[in-house]
Design a protein around this ligand. Sequence first.
Ligand code: FAD
Length: 414
Amino acid sequence: MPLKIIVCGGGIGGLSAAGYLRAHHEVVVLERGTLDFTTNDYGLSVVSNAFNLLQGAGIRPENLDMVVMTHLWVRNNKGEELRTVHFDTRARFGGASSVLVKRAKLQQELMRFATSSEFPGSPAEIVRNAKVTQVDAQAGIATTEDGRVFQGDLVIGADGLNSAVRSAVFEGKGTPRSHDLLAFITRLPINDIKSDPHFAYLTEDPASRAGLSSAYTAAGPQSNKRIIAYHTSPRDLQVLGYTSEKEFADMFDSLKTGIIKDIPASRVAEDLAPDFADHLVDLFRHGKIDAWRVRDITPMETWFHGKVVLIGDAAHAVTQHAGQGCNITIEDAEALGYLLRDATPEVIPAKLEKFMSLRKWRVELVARRSRELGNLQSDEDKTKEPIAAEEFAKAMYGYQGAEHFLSTSSTVVP
Ligand SMILES: Cc1cc2nc3c(=O)[nH]c(=O)nc-3n(C[C@H](O)[C@H](O)[C@H](O)COP(=O)(O)OP(=O)(O)OC[C@H]3O[C@@H](n4cnc5c(N)ncnc54)[C@H](O)[C@@H]3O)c2cc1C
């Protein structure tokens, strides 16, 4: 008998989980929004560890309007080259390339995975405008704001960093935390800077040279200031400017939000111009700018309780610095799909124990590496040797999914 599974949240993790689980089970996704995919959304790096899994499941690259990552360009605050890394995960680790894509495009393709009759099993049912406000972990019940009640053998909390499922079931655990860091974020057409020789390395044909360019300030108290530009489609770039929160901290708190929209370019320049060359700061003069609060959540001992399990940002939101938040979320979804493929209600607790042992060490590795790259180490992090880039790449980029991992884990688990 198939399980009845209720997924709370139709984002990257919720739709991926629905795609994997529908092959054997009856899946209902409750999403508070409308999932119309019309937003010109922010860009994501879908790195080989997740892209490999998605391609294996039938996600079509031609539906993503994506670019394949070929380079990481590392530069100083004047924009001068420090080093260029050829970021070819396919050649180095086997499996898949790593790609850059807009979030809405990826989400739309994941919707096809969850609902199209081209994939195995019955299409998942997607319930829009269904904001989950209460969860009963013993009964496996999720209730929406307007009083609709959904019961399953398992409830998956895939409702992001501010998870209502986490708050309802894991009281006081996994608290969102800020780090006195925000990212100004803007998008621009590549054509806008095509004639500027400073960016020739970045604006050449993205089919042959696409990736991420990172300009750092010198080491020291200001060292977590940086400007990062990356492709999000063959025609577009996204630019992030990391800096201290300053007066925005109070605004984020009082408005109870993680995003403040329509920041004037002059405010961004005031912050970044003392530290970066003009041509880098001017990247923020082409389009609208938002300020995003950089947050993660405090580590949780476990992500399941009763008939509820958390995945993705709800369980383990990390800062963006290692570019892995959505990738470990997709890994979670694939692992649940594999572990629960032949599950009956009685064996779910044992399967979720296995899920924790499979997923937790990878997530902790990403969380620590993200803090290290952002200069946001905890006191405990500082007692450990930093994770070397090569060690991280080896552990992450060649991942081939839960089944393969479990059959080789005695040699791979650190
Ligand atoms: C600016 C920025 C850049 C990023 N860049 C990268 C990157 O380059 N690479 C990378 O790997 N990661 C990146 N991330 C992180 C990545 O976006 C997240 O890790 C990923 O989206 C997590 O997926 P999720 O499904 O857990 O949450 P989300 O994708 O946030 O989805 C949560 C879903 O739940 C819904 N929801 C919320 N509350 C409720 C409720 N009560 N009831 C019903 N539905 C609800 C939401 O509407 C949403 O659809 C970035 C994040 C940001 C903010």
